[in-house]
Design a binder for this molecule. Structure first.
Ligand code: NAD
Length: 437
């Protein structure tokens, strides 16, 4: 295998994990960022995000001299054969992807480029961005050097990002020139992954089309769950029956309070924007977004149905991260639900194994952050489960039951069987599953 010299611009969830995995399989990687404190921590082998297995791989890569961290982005660009752009593309106020960081990265590359490079976009970007990046680099470099642009969207999932990267199901390589696509395919050879070579535009759209399709499955099953609540059917049974059809499959059919995180919400909005700009209609996507926004609020309705007014009620919230095994709270349902509880006058205590600090930055100190599940539910009038962390699901609920003022459990993630929780004496209300008295 040929070992490539790689620069990764943007050392966040994607840049850090993919850079570390490229080093693990034998490439020489420099991860760069404009955030000097992040880079300083990484140089001390402190991992700024919570991601299972990442610490070990970073330490190994650094020890073997294959993985380095720097703020000297110019030098990293000049020393690299292949440059990955993995900066954020957050949602702008109009819903479209904000390309400011991508543009900055492209301009940096153009300013210091010193020979042929393959420049790869890993960030999720709207169709047409690859061409824009080429233009920005060309403008900054006065077209002195040749380079190729490749779109190589990232499909890792936070919480299992290292596993996903080392066991990637597919790599999509969008390029104009087959020679550039071949370099990126060779770089991925050690992962033994299926390679799909496409045009740059198709690769860019594959990422949005995939994420929005998964979001659609979630909104679909959540709508079925809401129907189950009205009709007395059980969404778990319905999903199981649907999933046995191999054309449908079981995955992404878990009903709950909807999707969150740094990707699905912003990517659904970005594709909606792209669709409008292209003069097309995509009414399914509108419904996916709308359904998800409504779905978060259903736990509040369920709470009010049981408690009446929420004013002065002590509500325990378990789980703040948008999903288990991550400290990421970007667009987490908790950030919509908790302010509504506070607005209604509830007293909120919350627990998350790793995301409390991140949540505090957004929610402030009106919420009391507790160190354990036990402390959170003590004397509460109701408990809301928003993230299905193992630490929460596997708690001793028999014991916790007796410490709650009222054993009302609203399970936004369908973590337990209704029968089991009823046996333990809970008033157990979940999503789309019949109440067991
Ligand atoms: P992130 O916010 O965690 O990290 C982005 C990093 O880029 C930050 O550390 C920031 O300081 C740095 N940065 C910004 N401008 C820079 C510049 N000019 N030079 C160097 N560094 C710069 O973002 P993320 O979650 O890693 O996402 C990155 C991209 O990957 C986004 O487009 C996202 O949609 C996509 N993506 C994310 C995931 C995920 O699960 N997080 C999965 C697939 C794709």
């Amino acid at each position: 295998m040929k070992s490539y010299s790689i620069a990764v611009i943007g050392t966040g969830y994607v840049g850090l994990v993919s850079g570390t995995c490229f080093a693990y399989v034998g490439h020489r990687v420099v991860c760069c960022d404009v955030d000097a404190s992040k880079i300083e921590r990484l140089k001390r082998c402190e991992i700024p995000i919570y991601e299972p297995g990442l610490d070990k791989l970073v330490a190994e890569g650094m020890q073997q001299g294959r993985l380095r961290f720097t703020t000297d982005i110019d030098a990293a660009i000049q020393a690299a054969d292949v440059i990955f752009i993995a900066v954020g593309t957050p949602m702008s106020q109009t819903g479209e992807a904000n390309l400011d960081y991508v543009q900055q990265a492209a301009r940096m590359i153009g300013t210091v480029i010193n020979g042929y490079k393959v420049i790869v976009t890993k960030s999720t970007v709207p169709v047409g961005t690859g061409r824009l990046i080429a233009q920005w680099i060309g403008e900054a470099s006065h077209n002195q050097y040749s380079f190729d642009i490749v779109s190589n969207p990232e499909f890792l999932r936070e919480g299992s990002a290292v596993y996903d990267c080392l066991n990637m199901e597919r790599t999509v390589i969008g390029a104009d020139r087959p020679e550039a696509a071949a370099i990126i395919a060779e770089l991925h050879e050690p992962f033994g992954t299926v390679v799909l070579k496409t045009s740059i535009e198709s690769a860019e759209l594959i990422k949005y089309a995939s994420n929005c399709f998964l979001a659609m499955k979630i909104s679909y099953i959540n709508s079925i769950a809401n129907l189950c609540d009205q009709l007395g059917a059980d969404v778990d049974e319905v999903a199981q029956g649907m999933g046995l059809d191999s054309r449908i499959g079981h995955r992404f059919l878990q009903a709950g309070i909807g999707y969150g995180g740094s990707c699905f919400p912003k990517d659904t909005y970005a594709l909606r924007h792209l669709t409008k700009e292209a003069g097309c209609s995509f009414s399914i996507l509108e419904a996916v977004i709308d359904t998800n926004e409504q779905q978060r609020l259903i736990v509040i309705d369920k709470l009010k149905q049981s408690l009446g007014t929420l004013a002065g009620k002590r509500i325990a919230v378990l789980g703040l991260a948008f999903k288990p095994n991550t400290n990421d709270v970007r667009d987490a349902p908790s950030l919509t639900i908790i302010p509504k509880l506070l607005e209604a006058g509830a007293i909120v205590r919350a627990y998350d194994p790793v995301a409390a600090e991140e949540a505090r930055h957004v929610l402030g100190d009106q919420v009391v952050y507790m160190p354990s599940v036990q402390d959170t539910v003590m004397y509460c009038d109701a408990c809301l489960i928003l993230t299905e962390w193992e630490q929460i699901v596997e708690s001793d609920w028999e014991k916790l039951h007796s410490s709650m003022s009222r054993p009302l459990l609203i399970d936004g993630r369908n973590c337990w069987s209704a029968e089991k929780m009823a046996e333990l004496g809970f008033e157990y209300i979940s999503m789309g599953r019949p109440f067991v008295p």
